[in-house]
Write a protein that binds this ligand. Structure first.
Ligand code: GRF
Length: 200
């Protein structure tokens, strides 16, 4: 069993999918904390309804990244956390934070990394006129959507797709992939060698 902190900023559908995978017995994990950097995150309604321990940590005016990340670390360390799951968390994390939680932070990204990192990955895919995209779960390092890739799911890009339809198709795969990767971690089936993940 692994203990999770899930960091969100908005809708929180990946957080909900992880919670539902736990409830249905597909994922041997416990959500110890959902933390949002904004009180406006829609996903907070779900955590309240489901009784999931929740924290809201908003940035103070003129607060430095290091100071925010120190407060974030303290909030996380109030709980017994094995892994931190970024799930639409719209903040760049400092190198200090990433190094401190080395190989314990995961992210989900809506493209087949290293293609289309950063914002609007689905729009980038459409503009590049690729016929295939997908999603990636990876460990977080100090780069933007870099870090060892745990696993990916492939999704077709159809000629009639717009950003909404492609995002929805990718999101359905995201909801499966995050829990799949977490279950591999729970089973001790994830080995990291350099920048490469070996899944057993
Ligand atoms: C997802 O598309 C995820 O890949 C990206 O941000 C979005 C978050 O969606 N990092 P949600 O808040 O989990 O619904």
């Amino acid at each position: 069993m692994i203990n999770l902190a899930i960091l969100i900023s908005g809708r929180g559908s990946n957080m909900m999918a992880i919670h539902q995978a736990i409830q249905s017995g597909k994922l041997d994990a416990k959500i110890q904390l959902v933390l949002s950097n904004t009180a406006k995150a829609a996903g907070l309604e779900y955590t309240q309804r489901e009784g999931i321990p929740t924290a809201i940590l908003e940035k103070e005016a003129n607060e430095s990244r290091a100071s925010y990340d120190d407060r974030l670390t303290r909030e996380i360390e109030k709980h017994p956390i094995d892994y931190i799951c970024l799930a639409g968390f719209m903040r760049i994390l400092s190198k200090g934070f990433v190094d401190y939680f080395h190989h314990r932070i995961l992210n989900i990204h809506p493209s087949l990394l290293p293609a289309f990192p950063g914002l609007d990955a689905q729009k980038q895919a459409l503009e590049a006129e690729v016929t295939t995209s997908g999603c990636t779960v990876h460990f977080v390092d100090e780069g933007c959507d870099t870090g060892p890739i745990i696993d990916q799911r492939v999704v077709p890009v159809l000629p009639e797709d717009d950003e909404v339809s492609l995002s929805e198709r990718i999101l359905r795969e995201e909801h499966q992939l995050y829990s799949f990767c977490l279950q591999k971690l729970a089973e001790g089936k994830v080995n990291i060698e350099g920048n490469k993940v070996i899944l057993k």
